[in-house]
Design a protein around this ligand. Sequence first.
Ligand SMILES: Nc1nc2c(ncn2[C@@H]2O[C@H](COP(=O)(O)OP(=O)(O)OP(=O)(O)O)[C@@H](O)[C@H]2O)c(=O)[nH]1
Ligand SMILES: [Mg+2]
Length: 459
Amino acid sequence: MDGSTIYALGTPQPSRAHPGALSVIRLSGPRAADVLVFLTEPGAFARGRSARDPALPAPRRMVLRTLYDPLSGEAIDRGLAVWFEAPHTETGETMAELHLHGGRAVVGAALEAIRRLKLCRMAESGEFTRRAFEHGRLDLTEAEGIADLVAAETEQQRRLALQQMDGALHRLYEAWRTLGLGTLAHLEAAIDFPDEDLPPGLAQGVRDGIVRLQEGIGAHLADRRGERLRDGVHIAIIGPPNAGKSSLLNLLARRDAAIVSEIAGTTRDVIEVHLDLGGWPVVLADTAGLRESGDAIEQEGVRRARARAAAADLRVLVLDASGDWKTVQRTLTASTENWDPARDIVVLNKVDLAATEAVDTVPLSARSGAGLPDLLTRLERSAGVLMDEGAGAPPLTRARHREALAEAHASLGRALVAPEIALAAEDLRLALRAIGRITGTVRVEELLDVIFRDFCIGK
Ligand SMILES: Nc1nc2c(ncn2[C@@H]2O[C@H](COP(=O)(O)OP(=O)(O)OP(=O)(O)O)[C@@H](O)[C@H]2O)c(=O)[nH]1
Ligand SMILES: [Mg+2]
């Protein structure tokens, strides 16, 4: 931080095609309030009046003001102005905002007017949030929550991001650090006072603390909900050739993503589409029909289909209801061996040709769309079941956190088998440092640069 005052357009840059109704320019830093006065009080800049001017509205009160060019005195726009007094602001610094009309010329002239004052400079991407972090207004996981909230595309992503922005991960990781620090204090006491009658090796209380920490981190590392929310719940459509798998994919995607034909063995490669299923981001994969015969390319397709089915979070088996019923039954039994009925789904397709029903299956006509609402409900429920596992604790959301936690987990493992107390203490310290890197308690400059560079300008 350089003590400078920064400014940026906080709303999207208006274009000819997309002018906005409103644009918001925000400022942060010691001169933010001065800028408001100099831009809204004609002649104030020339007279060099300061921010303690009567022209300055009460903090946190929005006022209607005309915005003037500080040099020419020409009116630019009329809008709302507000300022916030440090330190209880988003960045921890004095802040100001101008809410203007969202035209290209308005925004251009307003930004130019601010520039002409030569009191502040354009913000870099993420600089507002970085200042908030530097002033202790939030930790790194909360800052990342803000970035995720801006990037969230589905309801569930939004919910998770909001939780993280509100400190869910911060509290979890800080609780671990507190537990670790307490344990470390006991270990260090044992090093400093070796003559006391301490039992050999690690005292039970210390061992319990380390084990508890390691188990907590282990469970958190095993929880894949965050990844699924970020990258999508993986659903594989599988089944015999010609059952209507590609038709189902197209129906759910509402476009012709996959080729449909009456020739068995049409689909070879895995075809993916991204969907929003009741707020869950989903990656839906269509696969080659499962059968033994066929050429070498089709067999490769079948191999990929099986691999995808095994790796998927959920499976949808599509069967042709108009086909030979015995074959359908046999395929059903053979394909659902490792089935989880709470999540995986069997679809009986082509019920327009043969009105068939069977327990625990969803009747569908991929051609007419009949049965689609029920299938959607089932899919949403399955995704819900999947994402409910381990609910309560906030999920791990970033590779950066995973890396640091894996490191902490390994260090704790070493601490438990360390031949000397001093070595155990050192391993525990390493684990705590790794956790501290996630929240930013342990600062790593290059890491900060990377994290905040990913933000948009004005955030
Ligand atoms: N009548 C009827 N025909 C359907 C239905 N669903 C799919 N079909 C037809 O069944 C044939 C096969 O459909 P696809 O979607 O290509 O089947 P697939 O399972 O992807 O087949 P492969 O890629 O070869 O494994 C096509 O002619 C579709 O038009 C349905 O619900 N009713
Ligand atoms: Mg197909």
